[in-house]
Design a protein around this ligand. Sequence first.
Ligand code: 13P
Length: 250
Amino acid sequence: MIKFIVANWKLHPVTAQEAETLFKSVLGGVKGVKNVDVAVCPPAIFLPLLNQIKVKKIVLGAQNLFWEEKGAYTGEISGPMLRQFGCRYAIVGHSERKQYFYETDETINLKLKAAFKAGLKAVLCAGESDRGASEKEVAQILETQIQNALAGIPKGRLADLTIAYEPVWAIGTGLTVTPDDALKAKLFIKKVLMNLYDRPSAERVRILYGGSVNSKNISDFVQILDGALVGGASVDATEFVKIVKIASLA
Ligand code: 13P
């Protein structure tokens, strides 16, 4: 399966000028790199600007979306709105959204459905919070989160789904899971998908790792998983380009 590297810029950078410079530097760096898919998810307000920089190599994604298309929902942005500005992906259920914006399994499910309805592909995040969680506990947490997120979603949609295994304790901390634990998580996620749907549908879903990914550790993860969801290192163009290049060789 072709590797997939997703940049989650989170709330960076502050100015449109910086966003444009960063995007153009990444574009310049990954030009001509084959055998890897790349998505960049900037703050939504920069999407119209970045969408004007026409490129084939990188697709744009959103970090979040609302589940209704329109209505009295102050401050929200919907799937069809994102689509108009070049978005092809949406990250759904990121742990920072659960932590700071009270997202629940139920709203994540609504958002996943809304993303698919709008024609967006989804990068669904799942993972345990506690670094000390046992293998069994991690498996249980992943199963519950994934089952709830996918409730009522037909198997045909799995072609548009990527799952990012993001242990919360590894995000922004410099800590990562061991390659062995990443492999266990991937196999377990596949098993959950096979139980919920069937093997061919489960096989279509790319499984990424997220949490303190950088150019030094990416090769470990792309040997085992289908790619990575990159936070901090994705707003450093040099570092992100290195990550993409290493993934393209995996
Ligand atoms: P860091 O790469 O900064 O740890 O963030 C990971 C993440 O949350 C990506 O969505």
